[in-house]
Write a protein that binds this ligand. Structure first.
Ligand code: KG4
Ligand code: ZN
Length: 328
């Protein structure tokens, strides 16, 4: 069994995964959303202190598995440095105490493996749309170690733009699920936001759309619930349409038979439905993670670590580094 730790942002999570068949034997996550929401975003120093409290509390529940552990896996990149350090320190202490190997896992790769939690086999090659709070990328994943970037955002990420729009409208953090909720009762054509970067380039950009929303919000005056819903619906339609336009180009350029959406924002039902329609048009099979594993969690880190374990991809406690800014 592998014990995995995730603490890259504002979720403290630990999982136990069986190496033989990828079965998830234990998983717990303590989210810090409530503590950060009053500040309208994640406060790094607070996040680190909350990890320092939550991780040992969760670890205590896994003591019965200790004698059967074969390795400890931990997210070491990318993320908030002070948050990553909490998980990495715990992982180092555990490998010293239990005398077993240490595995360093890339958080983004972890999101990809959220697709295969509880599944012994993975599906590759795979096109992947990664939409989280920190990243918006389309990847071509040939296997565990072979990942090519097909498109990336030039500025804000997809999830981050939902968080910022929520903040402008006086809604809570994280903004994604709340904006999606408001959008359900809104008119998605009420505000004529323009779709960013409609030229041939494959990059994404969300800062211009964010500014369009800011302007509309200030011009709308008093923001009643109907106006908020209309802004959310119009923003969500354009934010997703931007992704879809680029995906359509990518599907024409690359012969993909399998495609997946992963990351916290892949929980968005509107986005899922739109990507499903597009992949069906291109005869591509769409894969998505279970909703509970879209946002940050240690189960995906454990599932990814099985592949590293099979390859003997271990790191010493002296060599493991936290790498906050890493991107593919
Ligand atoms: O993957 P994740 O949990 O953390 C990072 O690695 O960043 O993603 C969190 C991001 C936040 O920006 C959040 O607002 C967004 O995912 N998100 C959503 C939805 N649920 C979460 N964005 C749009 N629609 C959603 N339903
Ligand atoms: Zn994430």
């Amino acid at each position: 069994m592998i014990l995995s730790i995730e603490s890259s942002c504002d979720d403290s999570s630990i999982a136990i995964t069986r190496t033989s068949d990828a079965k998830l034997l234990y998983h717990k996550k303590i989210s810090q959303e409530l503590e950060h929401s009053i500040y309208g975003g994640v406060v790094p120093e607070l996040a680190a202190r909350l990890h320092a409290k939550a991780l040992p509390d969760i670890l205590e529940e896994t003591k019965d598995f200790f004698s059967e552990l074969k390795a400890i896996a931990v997210t070491h990149e990318p993320g908030l440095s002070v948050s990553l350090v909490e998980g990495v320190s715990m992982a180092k202490a555990l490998v010293v105490a239990l005398n077993i190997p240490l595995i360093a896992i890339n958080h983004l790769k972890g999101h990809i493996y959220s697709l295969f939690i509880d599944k012994p086999k993975s599906v590759f090659p795979l096109g992947v749309l990664l939409v989280s709070g920190g990243h918006t990328q389309v990847l071509h994943v040939r296997d565990f170690g072979n990942i090519q970037v097909l498109a990336s955002t030039l500025d804000d990420s997809f999830g981050e733009s939902f968080d910022k729009v929520a903040k402008m409208l006086g809604l809570a953090y994280p903004g994604g699920p709340i904006v999606e909720q408001y959008a359900k009762s809104g008119d998605e054509r009420a505000f004529a936001f323009t779709i960013p970067m409609q030229g041939p380039r494959l990059d994404f950009s969300y800062s211009g759309l964010k500014n369009q929303v800011r302007l509309a919000t200030s011009q709308a005056g008093v923001l009643d619930d109907k106006t908020k819903s209309d802004i959310c619906a119009s923003f969500q339609r354009v934010a997703c349409e931007h992704l879809l336009q680029k995906l359509d180009k990518i599907f024409k350029l690359h012969q993909l038979s399998d495609f997946a959406i992963v990351g916290g924002a892949s929980a968005n039902a509107y986005l899922r439905a739109k990507v499903q329609t597009l992949t069906s048009k291109h005869n591509i099979c769409l894969h998505v993670s279970q909703l509970e594993y879209c946002s940050d969690n240690a189960a995906m880190i454990g599932r990814c670590a099985i592949e590293a374990y099979k390859l003997g991809d271990f790191v010493s406690i002296d060599d493991i580094r936290v790498n906050p800014k890493m991107h593919f």
